[in-house]
Write a protein that binds this ligand. Structure first.
Ligand SMILES: [Cu+2]
Length: 228
């Protein structure tokens, strides 16, 4: 595609967007005002039994410095079920600003007992038995390394009062070292809490626009193939 064509397409697109952004129709005006946002940590979608509908893995109130995280063990079949929210081996997880309160709702989606506790990532990656003392006071489900949780929903909270690289790790012996953990980074540079996915980040960091749109860029950065 020539650049001039691209310019025209973009102009057309902008015009279209402008047209769509016109005043609301009568029907839109009649629609009742949106219901007030659900209160923070409102997790009615998560019940001990039954399906999980639209799980909200993260919600937050930056003014109050509170983040609510939902951690579901065996969310899918990845890593033989030893995953949280479909992530394992700390290839993704949470970023939380230093000093925030973290409210955790934990659910095990499997009949096999699992648990979750906050440990240093370096330990969580290699230790067979994580013991029963989480890194932050209170940052664990009950009896995380012996009994665990099957169908119950567990809740706990802690204050992220030290920077570092941690993991939400399954406390069952061998699980965390075998990948049943997700990353938790606490840093004073963060201004709000977020989830991240290492595979998507890698894709974005290594994104090469010339590979995705070779027709568009080929003529400008590479000489044509030699004529045989
Ligand atoms: Cu586990």
């Amino acid at each position: 595609m020539k650049l001039s064509h691209l310019y025209l397409s973009l102009t057309a697109l902008l015009a279209l967007n402008a047209a769509n952004a016109q005043a609301p129709t009568k029907e839109e005006k009649k629609a009742p005002a949106k219901a007030a946002a659900a209160p923070l940590c409102h997790d009615h979608a998560v019940t001990p039994k039954g399906k999980i509908k639209n799980p909200v893995f993260i919600s937050q109130d930056a003014k109050k410095k509170v983040v609510c995280v939902l951690i579901i063990a065996t969310f899918d079949k990845s890593n033989y079920g030893m995953n949280f929210n479909g992530l394992s081996k700390s290839l993704g997880g949470y970023e939380i600003p230093l000093g925030w309160k973290v409210k955790v709702t934990f659910k095990n989606n499997s009949a096999v007992p699992h648990s979750v506790m906050v440990m240093e990532e370096e330990l969580a990656a290699r230790k067979i038995n994580l013991g029963d003392t989480p890194y932050f006071d209170g940052a664990t489900t009950p009896k995380a390394n012996t009994v665990g949780t099957t169908s119950k929903v567990e809740k706990f909270e802690f204050t992220a009062d030290e920077e570092g690289e941690y993991a939400f790790a399954c406390g069952f012996p061998t699980h965390s070292a075998n990948g049943h953990r997700i990353y938790l980074k606490i840093d004073k540079k963060f201004t709000k809490a977020a989830m991240f996915y290492a595979d998507i980040e890698n894709e974005l960091n290594n994104f090469n626009i010339t590979e995705y749109f070779p027709d568009l860029f080929y003529p400008y950065y590479q000489s044509p193939p030699a004529q045989l």
